[in-house]
Design a protein around this ligand. Structure first.
Ligand code: CTP
Ligand code: MG
Length: 171
């Protein structure tokens, strides 16, 4: 994929990953306060249904807008309906990957909201790509580029969110 198409392809996942910071929260925690056998929370206070649903909805909507506005750039080989399905798959994969990241962090004994280098920036990416694999198959080189740009973009975005006081911590 050329680099513009690659960025367009992953944009629904980026939106799904960022939106919960703004639209998430609330009392309905996904783990409902339950604990794993190690006595620690399954996922933690930061993972809510509101964030999950908002992420999937906004990620899918982003794909719909891209499919409409940039038909020859966003997943150009696919039919419109498949672009929507791919966007939904990217968004669901993103949210699953984010939950997996939190699950691993809790098993590592990290309190909610503590930073885990690499996990915080990248846990969603392999899941997003894997979920959308029936529709799009980035090459290993594409995936390597995605890792690099995602790491950089995530760092920059969280720094900005912190500056704008959307996030308490800059990660
Ligand atoms: N968020 C949410 N629902 C989700 C994911 C995120 O409501 N499924 C919101 C929460 O308010 C959360 C914030 O977005 O605190 C930041 O998300 P994230 O950094 O993924 O979670 P943390 O709170 O840092 O928790 P963790 O240590 O598990 O990463
Ligand atoms: Mg965090």
């Amino acid at each position: 994929m050329d680099s513009i198409a690659l960025v367009a392809y992953i944009l629904p996942a980026y939106v799904a990953n960022s939106v919960p910071v703004v639209l998430g929260g609330g009392r309905t925690k996904i783990d409902e306060g339950r604990r794993w056998i190690d006595g620690r929370r399954l996922l933690g206070e930061g993972k809510t249904y509101r964030g999950l649903i908002a992420g999937i909805a906004c990620g899918t909507l982003t794909g719909a807008v891209l499919a409409y506005a940039l038909p020859s750039i966003f997943l150009s080989g696919l039919a419109f309906a498949d672009k929507l399905l791919a966007s939904f798959a990217l968004s669901v994969g993103t949210m699953i990957g984010d939950l997996m990241g939190s699950f691993v962090k809790r098993r590592m004994g990290l309190p909610d909201g503590n930073a885990a280098e690499l996990l915080d920036q990248l846990s969603f990416l392999p899941f997003a790509v894997a979920f959308a694999f029936p529709f799009v198959r980035p090459s290993p080189a594409d995936f390597a580029v995605l890792i690099l740009i995602t790491y950089a973009a995530h760092k920059a975005a969280n720094w900005l969110a912190h500056q704008l006081q959307l996030k308490r911590v800059p990660w």
